[in-house]
Design a protein around this ligand. Sequence first.
Ligand code: SF4
Ligand code: SF4
Length: 305
Amino acid sequence: MSVNARITNISRGSLHDGPGVRTVVYLKGCSLRCRWCHNPETFFRTAEVLYAPMKCIGCGRCLNVCPKCHVLQDGEHTLLRGSCTGCGRCAEECPSGALSMSAKEMTAEEVLREIRKDRHFYARSGGGVTLSGGECLLQPEFSAELLRLCREEGIHTAMETALFVPWENAQAVLPYTDLVFADLKLPDAVRHREYTGQENGLILENLRKLTRVHDCVTIRIPLICGVNDSLEDMQAFAAVIDTMGEGLREVELLKYNPLAEGKYQMLGAPYTSFGREAQSNERADALVIALQSAMNHPARVFVRK
Ligand code: SF4
Ligand code: SF4
């Protein structure tokens, strides 16, 4: 029986989400609300309308299929999201691409067909597939089935997860996962709740279990300006990392990326900016050294520039 999931995007040719050339599959739905999230279209399980006003040509076709949600006045289009049921008919009608849907329902076999298109790149580069999101472990049956199918075809498998899920969800997918990227956003429970909407107790518990049962784990720390990128923050991260098991191989610091604002506008959602620029390379190198020297755990620390 085929297993479905809502997919927001399938991105081919990624060089940053595991070894070699990767195809990254973004699943919809996440229980965290990180205020710096770059993929806000993955927050909810249901699909929303994305609206790009710059592309609107004022043709009025959306009004014909959905007059309760679309208004055209003096050639200017307005989307009234309050009445939207997410049926997607307006996006089907829109000729300019101004309206689109944030996700598409796909079976594991359909996603596999997309993944197969880059098989020759995987073979040459040692690449493969990476599940991301959103939180791929909120749809564990689909994630397990897709990675199982990839494994059967000799395709390397990875997933990126925030681990804010019941441990059983992770257990269902881990047998088919060669490499796990696990996010660690803030070591302190209260600040974690302030910036992500949830405390980090479950995440840390799962992370400790993960690094004891899986032998290839990378912790990813997104460096957010003024939130978790001080030298003191590195010491607090080190204390948490020291409690991890031997399966933790690397800790990757990700420099702040300020380019998510456009996606929030297309969703009609508010955006919190944490600065217009990423940390400098010199600053990022200093944080790597600070974290590595504060850690007793042997994992290698590096930053992606
Ligand atoms: S998705 Fe459906 S309900 Fe929502 S605006 Fe488009 S046509 Fe109307
Ligand atoms: S169908 Fe698309 S291009 Fe036409 S008015 Fe609606 S949003 Fe604009």
